[in-house]
Design a protein around this ligand. Sequence first.
Ligand code: CP
Length: 317
Amino acid sequence: MPQLKNIIYAQDFDRATLELIFEEAKMMEYRLKRNDKSLRNILEDKTMAVLFYEPSTRTRLSFEMAMINLGGRVIGTENAGQFSSKAKGESLEDTIKVITGYHGVNVVVLRYNKEGGAERAQTFSTVPVINAGDGPGQHPTQAFLDLYTIWKKFGRIDNLNITMLGDLLNSRTVRSLCYCLAKMGLNNRVNFVSPKETRMRDDIKEYLDKYEVKWSEHDHFCDIIEQCDVFYQTRVQKERFQDEPILYETVSEAAKNLIITPEVVQRMKKEAIIMHPLPRVNEISYAVDKDPRAFYFEQSKNGLYVRMAILKLLLCD
Ligand code: CP
Protein backbone atom coordinates (compact mmCIF):
# COMPACT_ATOMS: atom_id res chain seq x y z
CA MET A 1 0.00 0.00 0.00
CA PRO A 2 1.47 3.40 -0.89
CA GLN A 3 3.60 4.85 1.93
CA LEU A 4 1.81 2.78 4.56
CA LYS A 5 3.19 -0.12 6.49
CA ASN A 6 0.46 -0.50 9.08
CA ILE A 7 -3.28 0.16 9.34
CA ILE A 8 -3.72 1.62 12.79
CA TYR A 9 -5.82 4.77 12.52
CA ALA A 10 -8.34 5.71 9.81
CA GLN A 11 -7.02 9.26 9.53
CA ASP A 12 -3.56 8.01 8.51
CA PHE A 13 -5.05 7.41 5.03
CA ASP A 14 -5.90 9.84 2.27
CA ARG A 15 -8.59 9.86 -0.38
CA ALA A 16 -6.32 8.52 -3.11
CA THR A 17 -5.48 5.45 -1.02
CA LEU A 18 -9.14 4.94 -0.16
CA GLU A 19 -10.09 5.09 -3.85
CA LEU A 20 -7.36 2.56 -4.61
CA ILE A 21 -8.88 0.23 -2.00
CA PHE A 22 -12.36 0.75 -3.53
CA GLU A 23 -11.18 -0.06 -7.05
CA GLU A 24 -9.29 -3.11 -5.84
CA ALA A 25 -12.28 -4.27 -3.74
CA LYS A 26 -14.56 -3.92 -6.76
CA MET A 27 -12.16 -6.04 -8.77
CA MET A 28 -12.02 -8.65 -5.98
CA GLU A 29 -15.82 -8.84 -5.92
CA TYR A 30 -15.93 -9.20 -9.71
CA ARG A 31 -13.29 -11.92 -9.77
CA LEU A 32 -14.80 -13.87 -6.85
CA LYS A 33 -18.23 -13.85 -8.46
CA ARG A 34 -16.66 -15.28 -11.62
CA ASN A 35 -14.86 -17.94 -9.58
CA ASP A 36 -11.49 -16.70 -10.82
CA LYS A 37 -9.06 -19.37 -9.59
CA SER A 38 -6.04 -17.18 -10.25
CA LEU A 39 -6.97 -15.12 -7.19
CA ARG A 40 -5.36 -17.91 -5.19
CA ASN A 41 -1.93 -17.06 -6.58
CA ILE A 42 -1.91 -13.54 -5.21
CA LEU A 43 -0.78 -14.29 -1.64
CA GLU A 44 0.17 -17.94 -2.01
CA ASP A 45 3.40 -17.64 -0.04
CA LYS A 46 2.05 -15.29 2.66
CA THR A 47 0.86 -15.96 6.19
CA MET A 48 -1.47 -13.84 8.30
CA ALA A 49 -1.47 -14.13 12.10
CA VAL A 50 -4.78 -13.25 13.75
CA LEU A 51 -4.77 -12.30 17.40
CA PHE A 52 -8.16 -11.42 18.86
CA TYR A 53 -8.42 -10.43 22.52
CA GLU A 54 -12.12 -9.58 22.11
CA PRO A 55 -14.94 -11.54 20.42
CA SER A 56 -15.57 -11.15 16.70
CA THR A 57 -17.58 -12.80 13.97
CA ARG A 58 -17.23 -10.54 10.93
CA THR A 59 -13.79 -9.02 11.25
CA ARG A 60 -11.91 -12.19 12.08
CA LEU A 61 -13.74 -14.50 9.70
CA SER A 62 -13.73 -12.05 6.79
CA PHE A 63 -10.00 -11.45 7.22
CA GLU A 64 -9.41 -15.21 7.37
CA MET A 65 -11.63 -15.82 4.35
CA ALA A 66 -9.91 -12.97 2.50
CA MET A 67 -6.54 -14.60 3.07
CA ILE A 68 -7.85 -18.04 2.02
CA ASN A 69 -9.43 -16.58 -1.13
CA LEU A 70 -6.07 -15.08 -2.05
CA GLY A 71 -4.25 -18.36 -1.49
CA GLY A 72 -2.55 -17.37 1.76
CA ARG A 73 -2.31 -19.11 5.12
CA VAL A 74 -3.74 -18.18 8.51
CA ILE A 75 -2.46 -18.85 12.03
CA GLY A 76 -3.72 -17.46 15.30
CA THR A 77 -6.24 -17.55 18.08
CA GLU A 78 -9.77 -16.26 18.28
CA ASN A 79 -9.65 -15.92 22.06
CA ALA A 80 -6.20 -14.60 22.83
CA GLY A 81 -7.19 -13.46 26.32
CA GLN A 82 -7.83 -17.05 27.33
CA PHE A 83 -5.87 -19.22 24.90
CA SER A 84 -2.66 -17.24 24.35
CA SER A 85 0.01 -16.73 27.01
CA LYS A 86 -1.76 -13.49 27.97
CA ALA A 87 -3.62 -15.81 30.37
CA LYS A 88 -0.24 -16.48 32.05
CA GLY A 89 0.56 -12.78 32.24
CA GLU A 90 2.46 -12.16 28.98
CA SER A 91 2.39 -8.57 27.74
CA LEU A 92 1.04 -7.59 24.32
CA GLU A 93 4.51 -6.32 23.41
CA ASP A 94 6.18 -9.69 24.13
CA THR A 95 3.46 -11.60 22.29
CA ILE A 96 3.89 -9.43 19.20
CA LYS A 97 7.70 -9.74 19.30
CA VAL A 98 7.41 -13.53 19.47
CA ILE A 99 4.79 -13.93 16.71
CA THR A 100 6.49 -11.58 14.28
CA GLY A 101 9.84 -13.19 15.04
CA TYR A 102 8.65 -16.39 13.40
CA HIS A 103 9.98 -16.51 9.87
CA GLY A 104 7.08 -16.59 7.42
CA VAL A 105 4.57 -14.40 9.29
CA ASN A 106 3.81 -11.47 6.97
CA VAL A 107 1.03 -9.55 8.71
CA VAL A 108 -0.70 -9.41 12.09
CA VAL A 109 -4.40 -8.65 12.46
CA LEU A 110 -5.00 -7.57 16.04
CA ARG A 111 -8.16 -6.91 17.99
CA TYR A 112 -7.32 -5.63 21.45
CA ASN A 113 -9.48 -4.72 24.41
CA LYS A 114 -7.84 -1.36 25.11
CA GLU A 115 -7.50 1.82 23.09
CA GLY A 116 -3.99 2.19 21.67
CA GLY A 117 -3.33 -1.58 21.53
CA ALA A 118 -2.61 -1.65 17.81
CA GLU A 119 -0.29 1.34 18.05
CA ARG A 120 1.64 -0.36 20.85
CA ALA A 121 1.82 -3.56 18.81
CA GLN A 122 3.19 -1.90 15.67
CA THR A 123 6.18 -0.49 17.55
CA PHE A 124 7.25 -4.04 18.42
CA SER A 125 6.29 -5.72 15.16
CA THR A 126 8.59 -6.48 12.26
CA VAL A 127 5.62 -6.89 9.89
CA PRO A 128 2.52 -4.76 9.14
CA VAL A 129 -0.11 -4.62 11.89
CA ILE A 130 -3.80 -4.16 11.08
CA ASN A 131 -5.97 -2.69 13.80
CA ALA A 132 -9.09 -4.86 13.90
CA GLY A 133 -10.53 -2.79 16.75
CA ASP A 134 -8.78 -1.42 19.84
CA GLY A 135 -11.34 -1.19 22.64
CA PRO A 136 -13.48 1.92 22.08
CA GLY A 137 -10.69 3.49 19.98
CA GLN A 138 -10.88 2.77 16.26
CA HIS A 139 -11.72 0.12 13.67
CA PRO A 140 -10.25 1.50 10.43
CA THR A 141 -10.96 -1.43 8.10
CA GLN A 142 -14.62 -1.29 9.16
CA ALA A 143 -14.68 2.38 8.12
CA PHE A 144 -13.20 1.46 4.73
CA LEU A 145 -15.88 -1.17 4.12
CA ASP A 146 -18.56 1.22 5.35
CA LEU A 147 -17.40 3.83 2.88
CA TYR A 148 -17.13 1.22 0.13
CA THR A 149 -20.79 0.34 0.80
CA ILE A 150 -21.78 4.02 0.59
CA TRP A 151 -19.67 4.56 -2.54
CA LYS A 152 -21.23 1.55 -4.30
CA LYS A 153 -24.74 2.76 -3.49
CA PHE A 154 -24.38 6.50 -4.14
CA GLY A 155 -21.35 6.60 -6.43
CA ARG A 156 -19.71 9.10 -4.08
CA ILE A 157 -18.57 9.70 -0.52
CA ASP A 158 -19.37 13.45 -0.71
CA ASN A 159 -22.47 15.63 -0.21
CA LEU A 160 -24.10 13.11 2.10
CA ASN A 161 -26.31 13.65 5.11
CA ILE A 162 -25.35 10.91 7.58
CA THR A 163 -27.02 10.11 10.89
CA MET A 164 -25.07 8.09 13.44
CA LEU A 165 -27.19 6.51 16.12
CA GLY A 166 -26.77 4.76 19.44
CA ASP A 167 -23.82 4.38 21.78
CA LEU A 168 -21.55 6.90 20.10
CA LEU A 169 -19.26 7.17 23.12
CA ASN A 170 -18.09 3.58 22.83
CA SER A 171 -18.48 2.78 19.15
CA ARG A 172 -15.06 2.56 17.50
CA THR A 173 -16.71 2.10 14.10
CA VAL A 174 -18.40 5.52 14.12
CA ARG A 175 -15.18 7.13 15.31
CA SER A 176 -13.19 5.72 12.38
CA LEU A 177 -15.99 6.55 9.97
CA CYS A 178 -16.05 10.18 11.15
CA TYR A 179 -12.30 10.51 10.60
CA CYS A 180 -12.71 9.23 7.05
CA LEU A 181 -15.76 11.33 6.21
CA ALA A 182 -13.95 14.45 7.39
CA LYS A 183 -10.56 13.83 5.80
CA MET A 184 -11.55 11.97 2.64
CA GLY A 185 -15.06 13.25 1.88
CA LEU A 186 -16.32 16.68 0.86
CA ASN A 187 -19.33 18.62 2.08
CA ASN A 188 -20.78 15.86 4.24
CA ARG A 189 -23.10 16.55 7.15
CA VAL A 190 -23.13 14.36 10.28
CA ASN A 191 -25.99 14.12 12.80
CA PHE A 192 -25.13 12.45 16.11
CA VAL A 193 -28.20 10.90 17.77
CA SER A 194 -27.59 9.19 21.11
CA PRO A 195 -28.63 8.93 24.73
CA LYS A 196 -27.10 11.92 26.51
CA GLU A 197 -24.79 9.63 28.54
CA THR A 198 -23.16 8.27 25.39
CA ARG A 199 -22.53 11.34 23.26
CA MET A 200 -19.76 11.38 20.67
CA ARG A 201 -16.43 12.35 22.25
CA ASP A 202 -15.01 15.86 21.77
CA ASP A 203 -11.92 14.71 19.86
CA ILE A 204 -14.12 13.66 16.92
CA LYS A 205 -16.18 16.86 17.05
CA GLU A 206 -12.95 18.87 16.98
CA TYR A 207 -11.69 16.84 14.02
CA LEU A 208 -14.93 17.48 12.13
CA ASP A 209 -14.61 21.19 12.91
CA LYS A 210 -11.03 21.17 11.62
CA TYR A 211 -12.25 19.83 8.27
CA GLU A 212 -15.31 22.14 8.31
CA VAL A 213 -17.78 19.25 8.42
CA LYS A 214 -21.18 20.41 9.65
CA TRP A 215 -22.39 18.33 12.59
CA SER A 216 -25.20 18.47 15.12
CA GLU A 217 -26.23 16.53 18.20
CA HIS A 218 -29.72 15.21 18.97
CA ASP A 219 -31.59 13.14 21.57
CA HIS A 220 -33.87 11.73 18.92
CA PHE A 221 -34.12 11.48 15.14
CA CYS A 222 -37.76 12.68 14.83
CA ASP A 223 -36.87 15.93 13.08
CA ILE A 224 -34.18 14.71 10.69
CA ILE A 225 -35.38 11.38 9.30
CA GLU A 226 -36.64 12.77 5.98
CA GLN A 227 -33.36 14.55 5.15
CA CYS A 228 -30.85 11.74 5.67
CA ASP A 229 -29.09 9.62 3.07
CA VAL A 230 -27.43 7.20 5.49
CA PHE A 231 -28.56 5.93 8.89
CA TYR A 232 -25.67 4.30 10.72
CA GLN A 233 -27.08 2.44 13.71
CA THR A 234 -24.97 0.98 16.55
CA ARG A 235 -25.70 -1.18 19.57
CA VAL A 236 -25.16 -0.21 23.21
CA GLN A 237 -21.76 -1.75 23.91
CA LYS A 238 -22.53 -3.76 27.03
CA GLU A 239 -18.91 -4.83 27.43
CA ARG A 240 -17.82 -1.20 28.02
CA PHE A 241 -20.18 -0.84 31.01
CA GLN A 242 -18.85 -3.73 33.09
CA ASP A 243 -18.24 -1.53 36.14
CA GLU A 244 -21.37 0.57 35.61
CA PRO A 245 -24.41 -1.74 35.41
CA ILE A 246 -26.85 1.01 36.41
CA LEU A 247 -25.53 3.33 33.72
CA TYR A 248 -25.86 0.46 31.22
CA GLU A 249 -29.53 0.05 32.15
CA THR A 250 -30.10 3.81 31.82
CA VAL A 251 -28.46 3.99 28.39
CA SER A 252 -30.22 0.83 27.17
CA GLU A 253 -33.56 2.29 28.23
CA ALA A 254 -32.86 5.59 26.44
CA ALA A 255 -31.65 3.74 23.33
CA LYS A 256 -35.07 2.09 22.99
CA ASN A 257 -36.24 5.45 21.63
CA LEU A 258 -33.75 5.10 18.78
CA ILE A 259 -34.83 1.70 17.46
CA ILE A 260 -35.27 1.65 13.69
CA THR A 261 -38.70 0.12 13.11
CA PRO A 262 -40.72 -0.25 9.88
CA GLU A 263 -42.63 2.90 10.91
CA VAL A 264 -39.36 4.87 11.08
CA VAL A 265 -38.22 3.43 7.75
CA GLN A 266 -41.46 4.56 6.09
CA ARG A 267 -40.42 8.15 6.75
CA MET A 268 -36.97 7.74 5.19
CA LYS A 269 -36.11 8.82 1.65
CA LYS A 270 -36.70 6.04 -0.88
CA GLU A 271 -32.98 5.97 -1.74
CA ALA A 272 -31.71 6.20 1.86
CA ILE A 273 -29.76 3.28 3.33
CA ILE A 274 -29.63 1.79 6.81
CA MET A 275 -26.23 0.56 7.93
CA HIS A 276 -24.98 -1.20 11.08
CA PRO A 277 -21.52 -2.62 11.71
CA LEU A 278 -23.27 -5.56 13.45
CA PRO A 279 -23.80 -7.45 15.67
CA ARG A 280 -27.34 -6.18 16.04
CA VAL A 281 -29.04 -6.68 19.39
CA ASN A 282 -32.41 -4.94 19.13
CA GLU A 283 -31.65 -1.54 17.59
CA ILE A 284 -33.08 -2.45 14.18
CA SER A 285 -36.33 -4.44 14.11
CA TYR A 286 -36.06 -7.72 12.21
CA ALA A 287 -39.09 -6.60 10.20
CA VAL A 288 -36.87 -3.92 8.60
CA ASP A 289 -34.57 -6.54 7.03
CA LYS A 290 -36.76 -7.05 3.98
CA ASP A 291 -36.87 -3.34 3.15
CA PRO A 292 -34.56 -2.46 0.22
CA ARG A 293 -33.06 0.28 2.39
CA ALA A 294 -31.68 -2.31 4.83
CA PHE A 295 -28.01 -2.46 3.79
CA TYR A 296 -26.34 -4.00 6.85
CA PHE A 297 -25.91 -7.49 5.45
CA GLU A 298 -24.67 -6.10 2.14
CA GLN A 299 -22.27 -3.96 4.20
CA SER A 300 -21.05 -7.04 6.04
CA LYS A 301 -20.47 -8.88 2.73
CA ASN A 302 -18.42 -5.95 1.48
CA GLY A 303 -16.01 -6.58 4.37
CA LEU A 304 -14.64 -9.58 2.52
CA TYR A 305 -13.89 -7.68 -0.70
CA VAL A 306 -12.38 -4.72 1.11
CA ARG A 307 -10.19 -6.91 3.30
CA MET A 308 -9.00 -8.88 0.27
CA ALA A 309 -8.10 -5.55 -1.34
CA ILE A 310 -6.26 -4.36 1.77
CA LEU A 311 -4.26 -7.58 2.12
CA LYS A 312 -3.27 -7.50 -1.54
CA LEU A 313 -2.24 -3.86 -1.43
CA LEU A 314 -0.35 -4.34 1.81
CA LEU A 315 1.45 -7.59 1.01
CA CYS A 316 2.09 -7.57 -2.74
CA ASP A 317 5.19 -5.74 -3.95
N1 CP B 1 -18.31 -5.12 12.75
C1 CP B 1 -17.54 -5.87 13.54
O1 CP B 1 -16.44 -5.47 13.96
O2 CP B 1 -18.07 -7.09 13.86
P1 CP B 1 -17.34 -8.22 14.70
O3 CP B 1 -17.20 -7.69 16.12
O4 CP B 1 -18.21 -9.42 14.60
O5 CP B 1 -15.98 -8.43 14.11
